[in-house]
Design a protein around this ligand. Structure first.
Ligand code: 46W
Ligand code: 46W
Length: 329
């Protein structure tokens, strides 16, 4: 068995990617942010304060004949951007791209932080990280993919995120026609709950790859490519107008700049992010100053290959073989 779901950028800056998920009986369809950097499936619900839920699609377990309260269970999560949410837990049927898990832990939000209240294009997150990262207490719950894995044709999923176009999350199969190049595989480290891996080197503007390895995570839930300062500086030293903008909390440059590409080696292949994908968006509507898609990871303490990097590739998240596959597209 397999599943295939379309995913769409949330706005003109590809800030997030939105995927519709069916929960309960009859189906309640919620737009969720699929996040390989976390391991909770949580939703805005009938239990979310009305003022916070305004503008969001919500899940009502009381309207689902297959919903069951998971007695005594609670959850609480804080994300990299200091956003947070918490609540209680139900189990219900959850269908993604036509594949159903009959008893999935659906974490209902009784509290959400302002970032989520304001982010009305999503009704929650679907974590695609490793189960060790799940926050439900007293007993951690499995992710939707973990529950699905044994019934899928292959215990893997792929992410095909695109710039300002519809992409896909495929479950149980690899559609190699989505890629231009071969798939390079490298071991994945799931011990922290993320999809950790090591790139063997990098280069700017099509130069030969160096041998400075970069260890980080493949993260669909982070917008940017966040790397060490020495890598960030090596890149922006090639961008004449680049400067750090305190108010923007990042490197900005003239939108008219012709940005160099950024390449990294992984699994014996090379992934090249075209410069166009690194020109993310004007700092404000109509501004001629643009915000960089490559920024520093210094204050996070972990390198993150977020959507800016993922948009250049077809990425295989292979749980069965504990490996990540990257193919140029
Ligand atoms: C290490 C951090 C990466 C960003 N996050 C995420 N995608 N959920 C939070 C954890
Ligand atoms: C990984 C998550 C970070 C927090 N999010 C947000 N503020 N909209 C969603 C993605």
């Amino acid at each position: 068995q397999t599943g295939s779901a379309n995913t769409n950028p949330s706005d003109s800056a590809d800030d997030e990617y939105i995927t519709n998920v069916s929960i309960g009986t009859p189906a309640q369809v919620l737009p969720l942010d699929f996040d390989t950097g976390s391991s909770d499936l949580w939703v805005f619900s009938s239990e979310t304060p009305k003022s916070s839920a305004s503008g969001h699609v919500t899940y009502s377990p009381s309207k689902s004949s297959t919903a069951k309260k998971l007695s005594g269970a609670s959850w609480s999560i804080t994300y990299g951007d200091h956003s947070s949410s918490s609540g209680d837990v139900y189990t219900d049927k959850v269908t993604v791209g036509g594949f159903s898990v009959s008893s999935q832990a659906v974490e209902s939000a009784t509290k959400v932080s302002t970032q989520f209240v304001q982010d009305t294009v999503i009704s929650g997150l679907l974590g695609l990280g490793f189960d060790v990262g799940n926050t439900v207490k007293p007993r951690a719950q499995k992710t939707w993919f973990s529950n699905a894995a044994n019934s899928l044709a292959q215990p893997l999923f792929t992410a095909d995120l695109k710039h300002q176009q519809t992409g896909s999350y495929n479950f149980g199969f690899i559609d190699t026609t989505l890629a231009k190049g071969p798939i390079g595989y490298t071991p994945a480290d799931g011990s922290e709950g993320y999809w950790g891996f090591t790139a063997t080197g990098y280069s700017v503007g099509g130069a030969k790859l160096n041998r400075n390895s970069i260890t980080g995570i493949a993260d669909t839930g982070t917008t940017l490519l966040l790397l060490d300062d020495d890598v960030v500086n090596a890149y922006y030293n090639n961008v004449e107008s680049a400067q750090y903008d305190d108010s923007q909390q990042g490197v900005v440059f003239d939108c008219s700049e012709d940005l160099p590409s950024f390449s990294f080696g992984v699994g014996g292949t090379t992934i090249t992010i075209p410069g166009s994908l690194i020109n993310l968006t004007p700092v404000s509507d109509g501004s001629s100053t643009c915000f960089g898609g490559l920024q520093s990871s210094a204050d996070i303490g972990i390198n993150i290959f977020g959507d800016v990097a993922l948009k250049a590739a077809l990425v295989v998240f292979d749980l069965g073989n504990e490996r990540l596959g990257w193919a140029q597209k």
